[in-house]
Design a protein around this ligand. Sequence first.
Ligand SMILES: Nc1ncnc2c1ncn2[C@@H]1O[C@H](COP(=O)(O)OP(=O)(O)OP(=O)(O)O)[C@@H](O)[C@H]1O
Length: 566
Amino acid sequence: MRLVDRSLPFAVAVVAIAAGYALSIGLDGYFVYLGMSAIVAGISLLGLGVVTGSAGMISLCQLTFGAVGAWVVSALNAAEAPGGFLVWLLLGGIAAGLVGVLVGLPALRLRGINLAVVTLGLAAAADLTLVQLQFPGVADGLSVERPDAFTDDRSYFLLAVVVLVLCCLAVHYLRRGRWGSGWQAVAFSERGTAAAGASVRTSKLTAFAVSATLGGISGGLLTGQVGLAFPASFTAIQSLALYVLAIMSGAHLIDMAVLGAVLWVGVPELLKRWGVPQDWGFVVFGLLGIQALTSGGNLGTAVRQLWYRRSREPATLALAAGTTSAEPVTPGAPVLVVRGLSVRFGEVVALSSVDIEVPEHGVLGVIGPNGAGKSTLVDAITGFLPNAEGRVELDGRPLTGSPAKRARSGLRRTFQQDRVPPGLTVEAYLRFVARRRVSTAEIAEALDFFGCPAARIPLSQVDVGARRLVEVVGHLLARPRVLLLDEPAAGLPHSEHVAFGERLRQVPARFGVSVLLIEHDLDLVRSVCDTVTVLDFGRVLAAGPQAGVLADPAVLKAYMGETELL
Ligand SMILES: Nc1ncnc2c1ncn2[C@@H]1O[C@H](COP(=O)(O)OP(=O)(O)OP(=O)(O)O)[C@@H](O)[C@H]1O
């Protein structure tokens, strides 16, 4: 199976190149030219798919990156630089990639409409500048020289097919690697990304860099196609239309980027044949884009979901109680120590001078009524609330800095809300969160222990309760010193709480991880926790061994009306 998985992309690549060759000799000359245009658009769309589809950011200046690539190729051609067209094409891509990193910098702070305005503004400014400057060599009529073996349109078309296939392979492997997982993670939740110890900044910048590099290659390829580059090929309005097409088709999926490219060239061509001005193509794309944005989906995912729904049931947990025996754990000295933790939200005091200790190889339960400050406590300890006052020590060393830094130091957390990116498979997500080499067998064993769906299943096909346990498994595979769990059983039916508790009880012995568990189900707390801290109105109401704390009259009083479980 693995061998098939590994060789499939190359087999598809060979078939695509063979098809390209057949088309290059079989197609009418006009369609060969249209085909070249579609390939140029396809490479650009692949790039947009990375930044918008995978990483979830708006980028409305993709053709500006194309213009950078075209500019570099034109300038190197005019300068008769050594290396020839293919080297220039690569350099154009690299130059555009660097510009992409610069454009990506605002994306570190801006989101949504603000990022749209910045990138569209950049595209408009580049548009005007290009009209003023024109491309190098154009005034002297210096046509860009194609490589010797690819001078006529048919052979240049074949070269373009090969470049497209190489770009598709690059995107395929990048998406399957750490960068790709980072893009998916950051698109779904920046907090979830940081909690996995990954840099949100790196994920965003690499997405922009890869997207722009592909844009640059596409612009360079266009220059070889047309000979002389003109600003009219790289306008802001075209960038906007390309973005809409990427959203509508779902260009993060390689086949859909190719389909989008066919539409990009095919729709205006059809309009022309019907005697309708080609600019109406933008209107068609606009309408399709509005449909995609309002429905919240795209062609690619719709087709895939249809396929999955037909072929598979959603994956759920298979968590049976009584199938595992709890191993005895002897908690040691405190590994996580929190002193005087205070957090204010304006007038609201969410935490007031809270002290907590998580014993090595122990499970500390943190309970309290709604609004007591439990999630705030986890946020503050893990660095998500930089204004929190107080001291956090892990293994006797002060723990400061960003959430990602704290995660890398050995403090992991899960969230009350779903932060597991649906675009990844279970395995890709686990490897991303684990941040270390984990064998396939280790992954399978950990998933099996928690009754989670198999590694190969896409997370989009996993129900929310199971996804939250996959999140727990990922962080356990990271082998942190301490794992903070914020209501991990919230998505599970109550019948599975007991089974989950049995597993959790074994976590310190099995994974060598100490646990802080926030939980409302007091049966679960009783069955799992050695010690318990009770929060009420942001203060510690009681703390100590479980039995004593849960029988404390003050605790009982705080819980009156909140739950009958005590
Ligand atoms: N971002 C915020 N801005 C303002 N107030 C906040 C914010 N986050 C939390 N609070 C307030 O801080 C207090 C503690 O909230 P927190 O979510 O930590 O409680 P909790 O014990 O986790 O509750 P629950 O059990 O419902 O999850 C509440 O009064 C809440 O309204």
